[in-house]
Design a protein around this ligand. Structure first.
Ligand SMILES: [Fe+2]
Length: 378
């Protein structure tokens, strides 16, 4: 049995930002609250957005941290309430989009953020009262614009996910023009996040052939374009392909992710300065080698199809090609290059075992398996 669910409206293409008034109206938002970060504001994208909006925003929160945390959720929720807003326009990278989702929940519900975390049974507590959100990504990576999840760091240091169908934005406005100013390193790191979503969710065991098809096509587009987009930021065709591939990766990952994400969530919770996409790029080869021994009923010919989507002649080369690409686009390919030390391994393993992505890996990982993957990625 499987639940197959495609719900988000996606306005896609150069100039899609112009559809924002139409989408706000459809979502029933009259007093939008903007959630973003200083970088996006500095690039002039908020000015561009407010120039298009037919009514001025009720308020703006522009202090989203690189990895959104509970303190930022509190601050933004207080501003949202003060402004008397009735919905959110989230514009930025995955951090702004995820923070906005948490604000949409917290402004409409009572209680501390942690009780809404998926691993604390939050799914049941997030209701239809959640405020509507329009999501406008300015990176091509997380795909949070079509996802039902938000990743946040709690006051107690845990990096957790809020998961609920009520978190899915009412519309995603995916305008590749907004990604043209994304610097090469961020293009590379966020692009690797998109690639890891496509690969990891494709390997997840749940039955969802439409998602599998979307994941493979997303992988084909992102793999073929990540290097061009990183090296030639103005290449519109590469930007468009990365943007739609990121959206596709997240459409597909309703199937769940796996050990790449359980590891990167755990380590990202310990050190929020490490980029999620970079960590995924580093973990992918070791996790894929581990997953090659997944039960045949789950893995089937999936590695062959992954290799085909990547344009490789042989499925044996998948892991080494990922490492080579990681280096080619200027990212570190080993944990030690990021300054991660072995004394963190036990904490990373404990976090990974408790992560919501742990359960949907095609092969169950033990603590020892995780240690071996960390060592191989070191
Ligand atoms: Fe991710």
């Amino acid at each position: 049995m499987g639940l197959i669910n495609y719900v988000t409206r996606v306005q896609f293409g150069f100039g899609a930002l112009e559809t924002v008034n139409e989408e706000l109206k459809l979502a029933g938002i009259a007093r939008p609250f903007i959630v973003t970060d200083k970088g996006v504001r500095g690039l002039g994208l908020i000015d561009q957005l407010t120039a298009i909006l037919s009514t001025p925003p009720a308020g703006i929160y522009d202090e989203t941290p690189g990895n959104p945390n509970e303190a930022a959720v509190r601050a933004a929720t207080a501003l949202f309430r003060q402004a008397g807003a009735d919905g959110i326009v989230a514009i930025g990278g995955g951090s702004s989009l995820d923070l906005a989702k948490a604000v949409a929940v917290m402004a409409a519900h009572e209680g501390a953020l942690k009780i809404f975390a998926a691993i604390e049974g939050g799914l049941e507590k997030i209701t239809a009262r959640t405020f509507p959100t329009i999501a406008i990504p300015t990176t091509a990576g997380t795909g949070s614009e079509v996802g039902r999840g938000a990743i946040l760091i709690l006051d107690d240091g845990r990096k957790v996910g809020l998961l609920s169908p009520y978190l899915v934005p009412r519309a995603a406005i995916v305008d590749p023009a907004l990604t043209l100013s994304l610097p090469p390193m961020l293009t590379a790191a966020t692009g690797m996040d998109a690639i890891s979503h496509c690969i990891e969710t494709y390997l997840a065991p749940s039955f969802n052939p439409p998602a599998d098809g979307i994941a493979l096509e997303g992988l084909r587009r992102s793999w073929a374009n990540i290097r061009v987009a990183s090296e030639n930021p103005d290449n519109r065709d590469a930007r468009a392909n990365m943007a739609i591939a990121a959206t596709m990766g997240a459409m597909a990952f309703q199937k769940g992710l796996g050990c790449v994400h359980s590891l990167s969530h755990a380590l990202g919770g310990i050190n929020p300065r490490l980029h999620h996409g970079t960590l995924n790029a580093i973990f992918m080869p070791a996790v894929l080698r581990f997953n090659r021994a997944a039960p045949a009923s789950i893995a089937q010919d999936k590695f062959t199809r992954i290799a085909l989507a990547m344009g490789l002649g042989s499925s044996d080369a998948v892991e080494s090609e990922i490492t080579d690409m990681t280096r080619a686009i200027g990212l570190p390919a080993r944990l030690s290059e990021l300054g991660v030390t072995r004394d963190l391994f036990d904490r990373i393993v404990a976090g990974a075992l408790a992560d919501h992505s742990h359960k949907t890996n095609p092969r169950e990982a033990s603590g020892e398996d995780y240690l071996a993957m960390l060592e191989a990625s070191f």
